[in-house]
Design a protein around this ligand. Structure first.
Ligand code: ADP
Ligand code: MG
Length: 698
């Protein structure tokens, strides 16, 4: 049997393969392109394409595709085979440098938010050599960026790469000020922890809501949920274990560093975490991971649910985005150092993040906004919609000491004077006790916990990288001009702490009292829904920062706002339609069938003994009839709401109407249906229940 190290990355055209398959000179130029972003000429492209194709064909590939991430949030691919006809009637397998570098998919059906008129259907994809090509099935997949002919980004990768670039540029300016002349790049890294649910395929197929919307739109609370906390880190069931093994194998072959797996809090909920990698690659890998999770599940008779809230009243699924920045030589800039100078540098980077999170709370919030995640944020299991940061007691005391020119009363008493004092070494364990914070410092990285399980991590990291780059830019502008670097630095750190400490909160983020304090006393933003936050993408300060850094153009921003809002509206409308249909064509008839049988039973009993009251049947029939009427009335109202929403043209208005009218109307349909479920004999109920779904996997 082969071991993991034998097949790890076997389907990836990675550095090992490049070194082995490319002529030395070609390898060296490609490496330079990957590491330093230098241009690719056509002879280099041809040589790489040839080697890639030969390697792919050896591994059974027949096709290639430019693999990209349009704004739908999932990945897209269009396969072309390598075959080229020969005069003798046979075919040869060909792949040119041109085909490697650029593709022109007919992209008219991808959302562009008005950036690309439909008549100008073509967009183009451009090879991203920083993310390795890989084989999926029989297809060589080439990671690419996707742009319109006008040069506008139509995907998530382009702005992500831009944000990494500007972060590197601004961070290098700071490092130079601290005397680091050797670093060539600063890279942001991410380790995304991915949560998911598994249900059996058989039950999934019986639920139109799961099939059409990815979540249950109905379902009474099961007798047992997660109250015993007996699932978290519990023994993994054999069927799930087999699934996880198979999944790991598939991921490892693709060079994805799947590392940790465990049961999560909710029954049927699990988590997979990879070892962190460069943000760009982590993003590609997370997209692939989500895809393969679903594919492998199908082989095991299971369905992997990536929706943020598949079950009401049960914990939803998120994605923890562990983020750090480091130099190309591997120095983590969010790790406290050993010398006073390194510590001052650490504190400056820390302050840059604090300032970024406070100044751009709205961007971070909206970067994770989807209809699905709206159900999760603030639902007592995930961070609230208010962004705050957790730093831990030790670091907090250090910051307070600096702010107030007070001696730091930690392990050693000392006056904090940056550039002179050494910070005590942090005990990592003390920094990570708070699990309720949306944005927590965990010793040498930040953990952004608001992402939804189905989100692409690109959006959150674009905003995070850009916002931190902006803080660093402002710092560098000032420090480069300072006469006395050390006192300017000290002053700037102090000022940041003073100005932005409102964003730091070390208490329980799930507490209602916090939301009150955050919004009423501290003035932090609380955007509960996608409809609330998304319009703020176009706020003047946000447009200024993002266009100023060159991460987005204003047109790109507007198109993204529109696409995200459209997506929100369409998602909720599909849910509303599914709900109305299920209520009318499945739930009400099921209740009717049961009440009819109850009535029949009562009549039959009365034939036998006319004095019988048949109280059980009578009362139940009355209750259920009442509920059926309520369901019918409320479904009618829901359908009216759907019709009303469809008449609105403006997307911002439409999303507000959906939030204010459609979603409440959906709740009004659900409540009597769930009530009826608890009163109806199980064999009449048309769908598997929550208990069936949550405890169905063996
Ligand atoms: P938790 O305790 O939150 O479950 P872990 O300590 O297991 O998390 O780490 C979670 C993720 O953080 C993993 O993907 C890990 O690789 C990643 N991680 C660790 N160090 C860094 C770092 N310096 N930068 C980014 N991610 C990191
Ligand atoms: Mg975590």
């Amino acid at each position: 049997m082969s071991t993991v190290s034998d097949y790890f990355g076997s389907l990836v055209f990675d550095d090992r393969v490049m070194r082995a398959k490319l002529p030395a000179k070609v390898y060296a130029s490609l490496r330079k392109t990957i590491d330093e972003g230098s241009e690719i000429d056509s002879s280099l492209a041809n040589a790489v394409a040839e080697a890639m194709k030969n390697w792919a064909v050896e591994h059974g590939a027949t096709h290639y595709t430019h693999w990209f991430q349009p704004l739908t949030g999932i990945t897209a691919e269009k396969h072309d085979s390598f075959i080229t006809p020969s005069p003798d009637g046979s075919v040869i397998m060909e792949f040119s440098g041109k085909e490697l570098i650029k593709g022109e998919p007919d992209a008219s059906s991808f959302p562009s938010g008005g950036l690309r008129a439909t008549f100008e259907a073509r967009g183009y994809t451009a090879w991203d050599p920083t993310s390795y090509a890989f084989i999926k099935g029989k297809t060589l997949c080439i990671p690419t960026a996707f742009c319109s002919y006008g040069g506008h980004a139509l995907d998530k990768k382009t702005p992500l790469l831009r944000s990494m670039e500007v972060l590197s540029k601004q961070a290098l300016r700071i490092l130079r000020l601290f005397g680091n002349d050797t670093a060539k790049r600063v890279v942001s890294s991410v380790g995304p922890e991915q949560e998911y649910f598994l249900v059996t395929k058989e039950m999934y197929e019986k639920r139109p809501d799961l099939r059409f919307t990815g979540r249950t739109l109905f379902g009474a609370k099961p007798p047992k949920g997660q109250e015993l906390d007996d699932h978290y880190f519990g023994v993994i069931k054999p069927g799930v274990q087999e699934y996880m093994q198979d999944l790991n194998d598939e991921l490892w072959k693709l060079g994805i560093l799947a590392k940790t797996e465990h049961n999560e809090v909710a029954p049927a909920q699990h988590e997979l975490a990879p070892i962190y990698s460069t943000t760009n690659i982590a993003t590609d890998h997370n997209q692939l991971t989500m895809e393969i999770m679903q594919k492998v599940a199908a082989r095991h008779g299971l369905v992997c649910l990536l929706h943020e809230k598949p079950f009401a009243g049960v914990n939803g699924s998120g994605k923890h985005n562990n983020w750090s920045i480091s130099t190309d030589s591997g120095q983590n800039l969010l790790s406290p150092g050993a010398t006073p100078y390194e510590n001052a540098q650490f504190l400056l980077f820390l302050c840059a993040v604090i300032k970024a999170v406070d100044d751009y709370q709205d961007l971070l919030r909206l970067s994770v906004a989807t209809a699905g995640n709206d159900h999760r944020l603030g639902a007592n299991e995930a961070p609230p919609a208010v962004i705050s940061m957790f730093l831990g007691d030790e670091l907090n005391e250090v910051l307070e000491a600096i702010e107030n020119d007070r001696p730091y009363a930690g392990t050693k008493k000392m006056q904090m004077k940056l550039g002179v004092d050494v910070l005590p070494k942090f005990n990592r364990d003390t920094t990570d006790r708070n699990r309720t914070s949306p944005f927590a410092f965990t010793g040498n990285k930040f953990e952004f916990r608001m992402l939804g399980s189905s989100n692409s991590i690109a959006c959150a990291n674009i905003m995070l990288n850009a916002a931190v780059a902006e803080s660093l830019r402002i710092y560098a502008d000032r420090l480069e001009k300072a006469e006395d670097f050390e006192s300017a630095l000290h002053e700037m750190i102090r000022k940041t702490i003073k100005d932005h400490k409102r964003i730091i909160f070390n208490g329980n983020g799930y507490d209602d009292a916090w939301i009150k304090e955050a919004t009423e006393v501290r003035g932090l933003a609380n955007y509960r829904t996608t409809a609330d936050c998304m319009p703020h993408l176009m706020d003047e300060k946000n447009v200024r920062m993002l266009t100023g850094l060159g991460v987005f153009t204003e047109d790109e921003l507007r198109s993204r706002r529109d696409i995200m809002l459209e997506n929100y509206c369409k998602t909720v409308l599909i849910e509303a339609n599914t709900m109305a249909e299920m209520a009318r064509t499945e739930i009400t008839p099921a209740i009717e069938a049961y009440t009819a049988d109850l009535a029949k039973a009562a009549s039959a009993k009365k034939v036998i003994s006319p004095v019988l009251k048949c109280r059980y049947e009578t009362e139940l029939v009355e209750k259920l009839s009442g509920l059926v009427d309520e369901i019918t009335d409320n479904t009618e109202l829901l359908e009216q709401a759907i019709a009303k929403v469809k008449t609105v043209e403006d997307i911002v208005e439409e999303s507000a109407l959906i939030r204010d009218m459609l979603i409440p109307a959906m709740t009004q349909v659900r409540v009597p249906c769930d009530k009826a479920e608890t009163l109806t004999a199980k064999k009449y109920w048309p769908f598997p229940t929550y208990a069936d779904l949550l405890f169905g996997v063996k």
